[in-house]
Design a protein around this ligand. Sequence first.
Ligand code: UGA
Length: 359
Amino acid sequence: MQPPVLFIPGCSGFIGSHLLERILATTGYRVVGMDRSCDKIRHLLANDRLEFVRSDVYSCQTIGTFVKSCDIVISLAALCNPSLYNTIPITVIDNNFTQPRDLVRSCAEQGKRLIHFSTCEVYGRTLSGYLGGKGEEPFREDESPYLLGPIGAQRWTYACAKQLLERLIYAYGREQGLHYTIVRPFNFIGPRMDYIPGIDGDGVPRVVACFMEALLFNRPLRLVDGGRSRRVFTYIDDAVDAVMAMIERPDRADRQVFNIGNPANELTIAELARRMAALYAELAPAGAARTAGIVSISAEEFYGPGYEDSDRRIPDVSKARERLGWIPKTAIDDALRATILAFIHDYASAPCPARAANG
Ligand code: UGA
């Protein structure tokens, strides 16, 4: 039997680069990967089981042809940076709902299996946190309600677009027999995540990259509204284990939504800042780890108007454990250590970039 062919739009992002590495190293699958750039997968391009197509996924007029030629589509392309949700919300909705609709439709029409990356942001805020409590309820894929803020809080454009796409995928499953699996990532971290503003990207990346920029270039780490929000941080290798199980066990993954996150790795953002500063002091080349300290900044000043935060996101991962046999293994300090070392390796000799406009 021929090994399956995977079509991976968005293959050269952080998650895609790690998934591709694993697929090429441990399976005989062929992969057609599509992305605007190949910066994060350059080391894989010589592999003859990878065909790389340089194209913007959602302006590609022939996306249906790629879907037709594969067995499974793994959809990773998205605009998932919180600093954009309230600053370019139309583009955020287009990229995360309007444009990916065609890919979903194409999978349904052509009877192809779709593994779609959504987000833990669909849950929004916790109900108890919203009412002034501690936000202790874990999120369950098939039970939890979704609590987003008002329309003026444009932070939620992304969560709302991603939620609507999930509902569309579900509807295609019910009405037209689409075979799908939906992944809800909970703050994956690891080598090659995001970028450093002014070096290989612009604007404000996610928190770990923001803190790395501060540590590498001796600037203060900034805590939005004091850093009281909580996140669980999930190591990328654990996340890839889960996706491999989804690919290999369609009988267990079909028409299911999975939280993929490590509930044991929860920190407040203030704790994350302190933990990263301490680890950086251990890992940085001698003399490099001077620290400019940790400061607080208002959300309005950091992200502009319309930003609102998720207070806490604890995943219930019992479904992934029971259906896929998946258990996240990497403890927070090991995950941070590997991530910090990779940033040091990639950027320590880069010239000091100018700080972003909001800095
Ligand atoms: C983001 C995306 O919106 C999700 O789609 C995605 O699933 C998630 O990341 C993820 O990585 O899985 P969020 O966790 O809010 O969600 O992203 P970050 O930008 O990393 O922010 C985390 C927290 O750190 C927020 O409370 C933010 O206000 C805070 N932050 C960020 C700081 O305190 N300082 C900074 O310099 C940057």
